[in-house]
Design a protein around this ligand. Structure first.
Ligand SMILES: O=C1O[C@H](COP(=O)(O)O)[C@@H](O)[C@H](O)[C@H]1O
Length: 256
């Protein structure tokens, strides 16, 4: 488990630009080291801005997109192509603009997909897909070079919400019913699965995130504040704008 580090940028636009640049470099580094890269995407407003900024970077053409695996940390359990699906957002903002191998894009199942409208069956199906990409002799998950997370006003990450029973799920992928944020039915990686990633980046912008961000970095409990419970194996990076960083303990800040 890695110690958290924090980078603060002046505003949401600069934050998105900086995260996009880091993201492209991370893919390049992973491909230099391993010949391929594996990313876990998130949903949310700042994530969409990061994806658009990544597409606008000339250096994006240095990435061999055909050797990038794309996974998701959570999904709203809605029909394929629904505008509120995290997949739909990521395709529009990033995936449709770069030459990925379609076989290496791994969206979580939709509610009208082959697993049917049963979110538990859909979660089990995604767990199987992850397991089939795991390295022989390793756990039930593939290697993730970088896993992106937004942070909710309540401190949720992916679709792990405060005090939700998903905290007690031992499998890597869980259905979520009764989400306090619409839609009520979702699928999510659980915190232990998220914490297998080499790097976890938590990206947050805006004053409405400042309390959750500050409490997570001050050491809140993960059941009450899920963002406090995520750690990359090699690196845990909080990427914030000034508004979201307003309550970060001063000793942790690195201002840009
Ligand atoms: O519902 C979700 O919300 C969070 C945060 O979204 P934001 O718009 O407040 O940044 C997101 O990280 C998660 O993937 C998504 O399903």
């Amino acid at each position: 488990m890695s110690e958290a580090s924090v980078a603060v940028h002046a505003d949401a636009d600069l934050l998105a630009q900086a995260v996009a640049a880091r993201f492209v470099v991370k893919l390049l580094d992973a491909q230099a080291d391993r010949g391929e890269a594996s990313v876990v995407l998130t949903g949310g407003r700042i994530a969409a801005a990061v994806y658009r900024a990544a597409v606008a970077l000339p250096a994006r053409d240095a990435v061999d997109w055909s050797r990038v695996d794309v996974w998701w940390g959570d999904e709203r359990f809605l029909p394929a192509g629904h505008p509120d699906r995290n997949e739909t957002q990521a395709r529009a903002a990033l995936l449709d603009a770069v030459p990925l191998n379609p076989a290496r894009i791994h969206p979580m199942p939709a509610s009208d997909g082959p697993a049917g409208a049963d979110p538990e069956a859909a979660a089990a199906r995604y767990a199987e897909e992850l397991a089939s990409a795991a390295r022989p002799g390793h756990a039930a998950l593939p290697h993730f070079d970088v896993l992106l997370l937004g942070v909710g006003e309540d401190g949720h990450v992916a679709s792990v919400f405060p005090e939700h029973p998903v905290h007690y799920e031992s499998r890597p992928v869980s259905a979520v019913r009764g989400s306090p944020k619409p839609p009520p039915v979702r699928i999510t990686l659980t915190l232990p699965a998220i914490n297998t990633a080499e790097e976890v980046w938590l990206v947050a912008s805006g004053a409405d995130k400042s309390r959750a961000v500050g409490m997570a970095l001050a050491g809140a409990g993960p059941v009450q504040l899920p963002a406090a419970g995520v750690h990359g194996v090699g690196r845990t990076l909080w990427l914030l704008d000034r508004a979201a960083a307003a309550e970060v303990p001063p000793r942790l800040r690195s201002l840009r």
